[in-house]
Design a protein around this ligand. Structure first.
Ligand code: FAD
Length: 646
């Protein structure tokens, strides 16, 4: 049986990381040259890790499925990145960022990791500024900040509504420098389909060349997964269409535990679903809640007239509007965390107050802000987001309130990692969104970019040397060994089996059906009966997928259907694990809302006595139930309490 040891350093929380760094083992420059590291992913986590490890002198190979690292999903991040700089002098500190993150995650994250995240947050901003990332500035030239949910200070650094893109360009330029220097080899258009273990340690990967179809083997002394989140299990999400769980799922099947898979974030401000054939949802950044006010009509007659098109939103007087977040949560108002805002929108829509023709939308209104700050200021802050909205909806947010509704956005669950960011497989690391590490049951806005870059630039480079220091006598690996043979054959067999199914239904049709099951029974609200039903439906879907999926095209060529087919097969298995995880957690916390466990006023009701743990699942073989292990969480600094934003 695998044991879960988080390997948290001793000592006071504020000194753990410093003392870790002072005591960790180093690899000297001559030896670094002899060590190979594979990094899977070129998003903010992967690009920052690969460039830093290359700069340190390791031999790095970095993989992505896109044509260029710059197209990683991180490019889509809009609103900003948190750091505890306290530039606005409004009372922020490392401790407060740590506290807000633990509380925001509904007390289901590990204190030591979160404190370290808050500590290194400031270094990220300095580094990115040095790279030339064009953060927004005050008139006098200082970096400016805005607010995000779950905080009463302004600590979010941003580059208009394109923060992820600008940060990724910074990381990409560092990466390119290392590629040019010969320290990093870029393997783009590769689909990483398996992790190879030799004597129980991660020693390589199997990838399919997406252009030629060739099955490739790559060996290394350590493997770092930075392959992003798995929100696309719901089919419709704000994630990039290609975001997938496959590298993480391969790791899980090879012995890395998968933690808290049920912890999914539903973002409150997305453009609502508008039809059955939609394949993507669009986020309207949380930054908009700095100035936008969320409301629905207070009276049902106005709802009816709105839906019939008899009145416009501006015809409804202020006293006839229900600014429900400001009403329910006066202390945080429109800036409550995402889980709270999403549930509140659902509650209003379920009660019949939704403002669109389908009844599943609320208003996000900028009229007050435009009056107060002027059109040009609002344009400077959110112009590209307004443009994006107008292009999709054909309505200008300057003139009419946006219509928004919650949608799947981020996954807090992921590969279980210890303080070193190592999974339960020695030599296999997971960083960025693909690990479970820092956000507990709910991630605060602007904290994912912070975590990805913290992991890649400032944490992994230290912790991996601690491991590699013991590997300096291990010669470079031979990718022709029997372990690689076996893994490569396994991948080839799996691809052939999928291709030879010769069924009638497309991969996308199955994916859409899976998404509907997940959204209906394991989405914003869950209950025991629905989850049990989902288990049956997913089992049937898996069975049918094995008999009836149709994959046109050949094996030895560019074949996006084959690529998707592997991913959907993994999503089906992951969906089942998510449901099992949601079933075992008989409490509500953060984004995991079990309808049976709520306070009289509809807030999440935690059960700290029985569920103050990270639930890590161990793969026990296909067709055998996974086994749950618990990492008990200890709160020595922040005392868990009923989360209140009132
Ligand atoms: C619309 C949107 C807006 C957001 N805005 C913000 C924001 O303002 N602030 C914030 O903090 N967070 C934001 N987030 C969340 C944040 O963008 C992500 O959590 C973060 O960018 C994830 O980074 P990552 O490096 O872990 O993974 P990703 O950026 O998803 O990168 C994954 C990498 O892994 C590679 N990969 C994946 N699978 C394979 C495979 N099978 N084979 C080979 N390579 C593979 C990909 O090619 C890619 O390079 C937003 C998310 C969305 C969807």
């Amino acid at each position: 049986m695998i044991s879960l040891n988080a390997r948290i350093p001793e000592g006071p929380i504020a000194e753990k990381w410093t003392s870790y760094k002072s005591g960790s083992r180093l690899v000297n420059p001559n030896n670094k040259r002899k060590l190979d590291i594979i990094v899977v992913g070129t998003g903010l986590a992967g690009a920052s890790a690969a460039s830093t490890l290359g700069q340190l002198g390791y031999n790095v190979k970095v993989f992505c499925y896109q044509d260029t690292p710059r197209r990683a999903h991180s490019i889509a991040a809009q609103g900003g990145i948190n750091a505890a700089k306290n530039y606005p002098n409004d009372g922020d500190s490392v401790h407060r960022l740590f506290y807000d993150t633990i509380k925001g995650g509904d007390y289901r994250a590990r204190e030591a990791n979160v404190h370290r995240l808050a500590e290194v947050s400031n270094q990220i901003i300095d580094l990115c500024v040095a790279q030339g990332v064009p953060f927004a500035r005050e008139y006098g030239g200082l970096l400016t900040n805005r607010s995000f949910g779950g905080a009463q200070v302004s600590r979010t650094f941003y580059a208009r509504g394109q923060t992820g893109q600008q940060l990724l360009l910074g990381a990409y330029s560092s990466l390119s420098r290392q590629i040019a220097a010969g320290n990093v080899t870029l393997c783009n258009r590769r689909d990483v389909l398996d992790i190879v273990l030799v004597d129980g340690k991660a020693r390589g990967i199997i990838a399919r060349n997406l252009v030629t179809g060739e099955i490739e083997r790559h060996a290394a002394h350590a493997v770092v997964l930075a392959s992003g989140g798995y929100g696309n299990v719901f089919y419709l999400s704000t994630n990039a269409m290609g975001s997938n769980v496959t590298p993480a799922w391969s790791a899980y099947r090879k012995g890395a535990m998968f933690a808290n898979p049920a912890f999914t974030q539903i973002h409150p401000t997305c453009i609502p679903v508008h039809g059955d054939f939609q394949s993507k949802l669009t986020l309207m950044s949380e930054s908009l809640r700095n100035d936008g006010r969320i409301w629905v009509p207070a009276n049902m007659e106005d709802v009816d007239r709105l839906r019939k098109g008899e009145i416009k939103p501006s015809d409804i007087a202020d006293e006839d509007r229900d600014y429900y977040l400001e009403r329910r949560y006066p202390a945080f108002g429109n800036l409550v965390p995402r889980d709270v805002a999403s549930r509140a929108a659902k509650e209003r829509c379920d009660a019949g107050y939704g403002v669109s023709s389908t009844g599943t939308a609320v208003f996000l209104d900028f009229a007050d802000a435009i009056r107060r700050k002027g059109h040009d200021t609002i344009d400077a802050l959110y112009g590209n987001l307004f443009q994006m909205y107008e292009q999709i909806v054909a309505d200008s947010p300057y003139a009419t309130p946006m219509m928004i509704y919650p949608a799947v956005h981020y996954t807090m669950g992921g590969l279980w990692v210890d303080y070193d960011l190592m999974t339960t497989v020695p030599g296999l690391y997971a960083i960025g969104e693909c690990n479970f590490s820092d956000h507990g049951a709910n991630r605060l806005g602007a904290s994912a970019l912070m975590q990805g870059l913290a992991d890649g630039y400032f944490i992994l480079p230290y912790t991996i040397s601690n491991y590699l220091a013991a590997e300096i006598h291990t010669p470079c690996f031979d990718a022709g060994s029997s372990e690689f043979d076996l893994a490569a054959e396994g991948v080839a067999d799996r691809l052939h089996a999928l291709k030879n199914t010769n069924g009638r239904e497309s991969v996308d049709q199955f994916h859409r059906r899976l998404g509907k099951i997940m959204w209906e029974y394991c989405g914003m609200a869950r209950n025991e009966q629905g989850l049990n039903r989902a288990l049956g439906l997913i089992a049937d879907l898996r069975d049918e997928y094995g008999r009836n999926v149709r994959i046109p095209g050949g094996m030895d060529e560019y074949n996006p259907e084959l690529e998707k087919a592997c991913r959907v097969a993994d999503f089906i298995d992951l969906g089942e694990l998510m449901v099992r995880d949601a079933l075992q957690r008989n409490e509500s916390c953060g984004g995991h809302f079990r309808e049976e466990y709520q306070t009289p006023d509809g807030e999440a009701l935690r059960d700290d006595e029985h569920f103050s743990f990270a639930g890590a699942w161990e793969f026990k073989g296909s067709g055998t139930a996974a086994e749950l292990h618990r990492e008990e969480l200890h709160f020595d600094v922040v005392k868990p309490s009923q989360r209140s934003y009132k």
